[in-house]
Design a protein around this ligand. Sequence first.
Ligand SMILES: C[S@@+](CC[C@H](N)C(=O)[O-])C[C@H]1O[C@@H](n2cnc3c(N)ncnc32)[C@H](O)[C@@H]1O
Ligand code: SF4
Length: 361
Amino acid sequence: MTNPSQKFGIYIHWPFCLSKCPYCDFFSQIKKNIPQDDIINEYISDLDFYHNLTDNQKVTSIFFGGGTPSLIKPQNIEKIISHIKNKWKCAEDIEISLEANPNTNHKNMFSELKKAGINRLSLGVQSLNDEDLKFLGRTHSSKEALAAADDVIRTFDNHSMDMIYALPHQNINSWRQDLEKITGFSFKHLSLYQLTIEDSTAFYAKKINAMEENKAIEIYNLTSDFLNSKGYEHYEISNFAKNGFEARHNLAYWEGHDYIGVGKSAHGRIGLLATTHCRNIENLTPEERAEELLIMGLRLENGINKRAFFDKTGIAFNNFVNSQKVQNMIKQKLVLDGDTRFKLTKDGRNLLNYVLSEIFG
Ligand SMILES: C[S@@+](CC[C@H](N)C(=O)[O-])C[C@H]1O[C@@H](n2cnc3c(N)ncnc32)[C@H](O)[C@@H]1O
Ligand code: SF4
C-alpha cells in the first residue's frame, strides 16, 4: 500500500462532448471528425515535457476527465497509461479513473476500458428522473443511465456516480426517494453536486435560478445525514465515500499535492509552479499557493493540515489567517481550530463562502 499522505496525480483532459449541457461551464467542444490519434500523440509529447519536471515522483493516480473522455478509444487510453507507466514509477495500487457518460455507452465499452487499464469508473448519471434529465439537457434517458450503472457495478470494483440535485423546482421528498435508489446501487463513491448557475451557460442566459438558499441548505443536510446513515462518509463538500474509497486523485488537489495535467484547459501544480496546457509555466508566490491550499483544504471534512501547509508554502497557517476573525467564527461554531488542523464545522460547511470571505477579509 502507498503511504496515503504522499500523492502525485496525472490528469488527462478530453475536451469533446456529443452535446453541450445547458448548465455546464467546463471547457468542452462539440466537433465532428476529431483527429483523435494526433491529439493522443500531442498528449504523449506533453507528458514527456512534464516528466522532465517530475521524474522523481511516484504516480498514485491518473484521471481521464472532461469533457467526455469515454469518447476516447480504449486502445488510446491503454497507450497513455502504458506510456505513463514506462516513464514514471507508479504506485502498486495506482488509481486510474475515467469519467463516462451514459450516452457514449456501447456494448462492451466498460469491459474494454477495464482491459485498457481503468480501475475506477465515474459515471455521469446526473438524475434518475426523465423530466429532470430533460431539464438538464441530457441526451440519455434514466433507463439508459440505470443500465450503464448496472454495467459499471458488474465490471469494476471501484466506482463513482455523479448526480446534480437542488434543481430549482426539486421537491425534497422526491430527492429523498432518489437517494434511496442511488444508495441501492452500492456505488463505492458518490459525487452529488448542487446545481450552480454559471455565467456563460445556456441556463444563465435563460435566467434559470438556483434553488432558494434555505431550501438548498435543508436538502444538503438531508443528503449528508441520509448518506451517513447508509455508511457513506461525507469527506468533502460534494463527495461521499465508503471507507477507503475516497477519490485519491481529487484528494491530491484538495490536500495540495503535486499533479500535472495535459489537454486543453488542464492545469497542474508542481511545488510553487503553476502549469497550464501548451506547457505554460508560471511561478506562484507562497501567498498565492497558501490561498489555494486554504480554499481547497476547507472543502475537506479533515480540513487543513497545518504542518503540510507550512511545508508547501513556508508560511505558518496561524500567521496567514486573520486571527480575530477566526476567533469570531470559533464563537459562531463555524470553524474548529486545533493545534494541527483547521476545519469547518457542520454548520460552517453550509457557509463556506462566508467563512472564506471572513478569512481573507
Ligand atoms: C466535467 S463534468 C464531466 C462529466 C461528464 N461529461 C458527464 O457529463 O457526465 C463533471 C461533473 O460536474 C458536474 N457539473 C457540471 N456543471 C455543473 C453545475 N453547473 N452544477 C452542478 N454540477 C455540475 C456534473 O455532475 C458532472 O458530472
Ligand atoms: S456535463 Fe459533461 S457532457 Fe455535458 S457539456 Fe459538461 S462535460 Fe460535456
